[in-house]
Design a protein around this ligand. Structure first.
Ligand SMILES: [Zn+2]
Length: 307
């Protein structure tokens, strides 16, 4: 399996005491380098073009973000940039693109993009929730525009609803978005009756769960919903917004998913990719704010992806 990352994403700093801190990725890379795995190859991010960004975001949003290169600013109450942030955002999207490219290149069938800033709250026209560009949406659109992919399934198990990804693909029937998330919780979207619009009606599946939901319920929910939905959709590619803030130790979320539970969710999604998408599976890191839980849960997913 391929791991795609870049140390320069550590240069993105949202501000002192911000939960989305460089330490998250630094700890993950240190742990991976301290325990080298012979089932892993390392990849470098693809260069992101303006066309890649504009396939998902409005020209105004891209111009607004690009103008911040080299400076520090606040975009909303919890989304800030430092001088290295815009480059980091390009690298994050580039890692997601490279991961997707690799699973169609014959080198590998499974890849994990270890990135920050995260992406799934970024909408077509605005940054929000620690996210500047929507990495997974950019990768999904890259696949449909450049790789001849007809249908992409995006599963989002971050504790927060992936409002940006939902908004970007709301009216599209070629990207099926399935999100599990704690409700009520930031950003407040993701009700069960939000099912897409127009041609995209039925191609958004929201699975809100209450605080305290544990492994048993989450695994049952994924087993009941994801394989049948995937069977009807027949994706060519399965992407995962892999946030680990649904972990019981996470300071921002209130769910009770364990490290082992994330491994089980990853196993369900991996089996779906194997059955319906010729094994093509790409995880893209989103949230996860307890560093130990983030590292352990990532390793649990790598173990499952290595099987
Ligand atoms: Zn999150």
């Amino acid at each position: 399996m391929l791991l795609v990352t870049d140390d320069r994403m550590l240069e993105h700093d949202s501000g002192l005491t911000h939960p989305e801190c460089p330490r998250r990725l630094a700890a993950l890379l240190e742990a991976l380098r301290a325990q080298p795995r012979d089932d892993v190859v390392w990849g470098e991010p693809a260069a992101v073009t303006e066309a890649d960004l504009l396939a998902v975001h409005t020209p105004e949003h891209v111009a607004r973000i690009e103008a911040l290169r080299g400076s520090s600013a606040k975009l909303d109450w919890d989304t800030g940039v430092s001088p290295g942030s815009v480059d980091a955002a390009h690298l994050a999207a580039g890692c997601a693109i490279e991961a997707v490219r690799s699973v169609f290149g014959g080198e590998t069938r499974r890849a994990f993009a270890l990135v920050r800033p995260p992406g799934h709250h970024a909408e077509s026209g605005r940054a929000m929730g620690f996210c500047l560009y929507n990495n997974i949406a950019i990768a999904a659109r890259y696949a449909t525009r450049n790789l001849g992919v007809e249908r992409v399934l995006i599963v989002d198990w971050d504790v927060h609803h992936g409002n940006g990804t939902q908004e970007i693909f709301d009216a599209d029937a070629d990207v099926l978005f399935v999100s599990s998330h704690q409700s009520p919780l930031y950003p407040g979207t993701g009700a069960i009756d939000e099912r897409g619009k127009g041609a995209g009606l039925g191609y958004t599946v929201n699975l809100p769960v209450p605080a305290g939901t544990d492994d048993e319920t989450m695994i049952a929910l994924y087993r009941d919903v994801v394989p049948p939905v995937a069977a009807r959709f027949a994706p060519d590619l399965v992407l995962v917004s892999a946030g680990f803030d649904a972990h019981r130790d996470d300071p921002l979320g209130g769910l009770e998913v364990t490290t082992k539970g994330f491994g089980a969710l990853c196993g369900i999604v991996r089996d779906v990719a194997d059955r319906f998408a010729d094994g093509r599976l790409v995880l893209v890191l989103e949230g996860g704010y307890d560093v130990e839980a983030l590292v352990d849960s990532t390793f649990a997913c790598l173990d499952v992806m290595a099987e």
